[in-house]
Ligand binder design. Structure first.
Ligand code: NAD
Ligand code: UD1
Length: 343
């Protein structure tokens, strides 16, 4: 199959590109490099020994997207193209709504015009909101989000579901990711955050590599075994494999499916710090600080539906995630060329 990955040069898109190529699919990537570098895709080509059709384009640009889809005629679109920083979304809500909603509408309209009927969407566990206790399952009603980023995901899910009601030939797979971390085991591609990382693992690796002084653990007084929050961390290679399964599943399926991609196994912030230190034999200085607004104490997936429907289950453990994240950071202290991390 030929798959168009909108936002495919980013963290999840680059690993998914590699997984799709390894599974024998053709990959077309469209990205405006707002938060990525074409270097990631060059490295994917080197790793897999297979070519990617790469386009620098904005997924809100109808003409550019139409021209690419009309030329490439993909069997399926994976929609990764979006802004994802929670804190930034609170400061710049209009930019987040404009970009994330517009990319979704543009991709759907161009699919309609070019006859593409399959779309896999990057959603997030954040749509479960605070109303739903862990483990989150796909039958639960969506909850209220605590920030504009989360609301864009919730709204985009709705838009995609409405489009599928209007066009029964459309297949929509809403993948709700839990906490993707780790990197390709080669250490050649990985997560490349701009500025100060918001997320736990890139912060830990930047402390370990000496770019940041210490990690602040956000809250040590939660009602959890060690007082820190529990999350469902999933290896990026498992997540990428989940996309391959979802794309293949979409070929013989109509309508909407919501599918969690998580491990079902929660770990605390201190579990993560301790495992990282032990596996990599490196110190990660930290202090316990105040809670971060909007954090929920416990979030993890019911991962049963993905196994049943896609035959997919996460295989890698926390130690693998810690080793692979560190290999990437150590080999690429400044990320991809030309994308220096700001101090
Ligand atoms: P990322 O920032 O690395 O990748 C997103 C890519 O989209 C980037 O390459 C960026 O340049 C591109 N992009 C953004 N707006 C675009 C536009 N208008 N036109 C073309 N390209 C555009 O992020 P990621 O971690 O790879 O996430 C991919 C998707 O998964 C995002 O939609 C994100 O919200 C979602 N998601 C990520 C996580 C996570 O923890 N990483 C969790 C849940 C959901
Ligand atoms: C966050 C977002 C979520 C988004 C996801 C992926 C919030 C409230 N949620 O999830 O919407 O989909 O990222 O981008 O921002 N932690 C620390 N110190 C740090 C960083 C994190 O202690 O410097 C803790 C957090 O409190 C949390 C855990 O580590 O308990 C994981 O945090 P993070 O990686 O930011 O993911 P989430 O908060 O789960």
């Amino acid at each position: 199959m030929k798959i168009l990955l909108a936002g495919g040069a980013g963290y999840i898109g680059s690993h998914t590109s590699a997984a799709l190529l390894e599974s024998g699919h053709d990959v077309v990537v469209l990205d405006n490099y707002d938060n990525s570098s074409p270097e990631a895709i060059k490295r994917v080509e080197k790793l897999t020994g297979k070519p990617v059709s790469l386009y620098e384009a904005d997924a809100t640009d109808s003409k550019a997207v139409f021209d690419i889809m009309n030329k490439e005629k993909p069997d399926c679109v994976i929609h990764f193209a979006g802004l994802k920083a929670v804190g930034e979304s609170i400061k710049q809500p209009l930019r987040y709504y404009r970009n994330n909603i517009d990319t979704t509408l543009t991709l759907l309209e161009c699919m309609e015009k070019t006859g593409c009927k399959k779309i896999v969407f990057s959603s997030s566990a954040t749509v479960y909101g605070e109303e739903n206790p862990a483990p989150c399952n796909e039958e639960m009603r969506k909850g209220s989000c605590t920030n504009p980023y989360g609301w864009t995901k919730s709204m985009m899910e709705q838009i995609l579901q409405d489009a599928a009601v209007a066009d029964p030939r459309l297949t929509v797979i809403l993948l709700r990711y839990f906490n993707p971390i780790g990197a390709h085991p080669s250490g050649q591609i990985g997560e490349n955050p701009r500025g100060i990382p918001n997320n736990l693992m890139p912060y830990i690796t930047q402390v370990a590599v000496g770019k940041r002084e210490k990690l602040t653990v956000f809250g040590g007084d939660y009602d959890t075994p060690d007082g820190t929050c529990l999350r469902d961390y999933i290896h990026i290679m498992d997540l990428a494999d989940g996309h391959v399964k979802a794309v293949e599943f979409s070929q013989n399926h109509k309508g909407v499916e919501i599918i969690n991609l998580g491990t079902g196994q929660p770990y605390s912030v201190l579990d993560m710090v301790n495992t990282f230190q032990k596996e990599n034999n490196i110190r990660v200085p930290y202090e316990i600080g105040p809670r971060r607004g909007g954090d929920l104490p416990v979030v993890y997936a019911d991962a049963g539906k993905a196994e049943k429907l896609l035959g997919w289950k996460a295989k890698r453990n926390l130690a693998d995630m810690c080793r692979d994240s560190w290999r990437w950071q150590k080999n690429n202290p400044n990320g991809y060329d030309g994308l220096e991390i700001e101090k």
